[in-house]
Design a protein around this ligand. Structure first.
Ligand code: ADP
Ligand code: MG
Length: 240
């Protein structure tokens, strides 16, 4: 089990208003799964992703990552844990325009203290794998949206994270480039990566092994798409 949350809640309080953005969520994700999180705008998808991705901590509830309780880690430890274990892909790519493609992908390895020769090798390998090595000296704004997102995927996976989180990764792409990114995610999943992806696209959710639907911070349904791929442990995670 890579992700196990129980009674996870996040309450935002502003003036008189209290919003339970994430409301008592029980979520279990096994290693090797590819989970789609769906639901209308404002239902809590990004808030849940931020907690799962250790960008934010919950108001209450438990979050175990590979068995370790991480819900209340202090900021510094949370960020170390995140850099070591989790790769993010965002709708808006979030690349650094001043850096080249190579340098963008190299950055997480610098943070991780990987020595330069090994950095070069790993960046080259992932750029080749994602078909963007011929663009390594370019800057993000010189690339198409599809190419930029492939660079962002390369940056997310170069550290070989245990978990990949993608928040609407095809939201800013046309259907051809969106399909290209989805095929890459699918391939990474088939090679063993665990992925949780927020999407509004039924088509993109079709690449996933399970769809979990949120409404007002709660799960309303979970659908297994390819029986046999999804473990029995998942079947227990129906409500929450
Ligand atoms: P989604 O990603 O599904 O569109 P969000 O997780 O962004 O939804 O938001 C869920 C709910 O929490 C919304 O009602 C939103 O307005 C509220 N919310 C999110 N972040 C904050 C915040 N920092 N402060 C106050 N309310 C927030
Ligand atoms: Mg969102």
């Amino acid at each position: 089990m890579i992700i196990q949350t129980s009674g996870l809640s996040k309450i935002f309080r502003t003036d008189e208003l209290e919003t339970a953005a994430v409301n008592n969520i029980d979520l279990e994700v096994d290693e090797g799964e590819f989970v789609a999180l769906m639901g209308p705008s404002g239902c809590g998808k990004s808030t849940l992703m931020h907690i799962i991705g250790l960008l934010d901590s919950p108001t209450s509830g438990s979050y175990r990552f590979l068995g370790e309780e991480v819900s209340q880690l202090p900021e510094r430890q949370r960020s170390d844990f995140r850099k070591k274990n989790i790769g993010f892909i965002f709708q808006s790519f979030n690349l650094i325009d001043e850096l080249s493609v190579f340098e963008n992908v190299e950055l997480p390895l610098i943070y991780a203290g990987v020595p330069p020769p090994e950095r070069r090798e790993r960046v080259e390998a992932v750029l080749v794998k994602l078909g963007i090595d011929h663009r390594k000296k370019h800057h993000p704004l010189q690339l198409s949206g599809g190419q930029q997102q492939r660079v962002a995927v390369a940056r997310a996976v170069v550290t070989a994270p245990r978990l990949i989180l993608a928040d609407e990764p095809t939201g800013n792409l046309d259907s051809r480039h969106g399909a290209e990114v989805m095929r890459i995610l699918k391939q990474l999943n088939e090679e063993g990566s665990t992925i949780v992806m927020v999407t509004h696209s039924e088509h993109d959710a079709g690449y996933c092994s399970r769809i979990a639907s949120l409404l007002d911070g709660k799960f309303v349904s979970q659908t297994q798409q390819r029986l046999g791929v999804v473990s029995a442990a998942m079947a227990k995670t129906g409500t929450g």
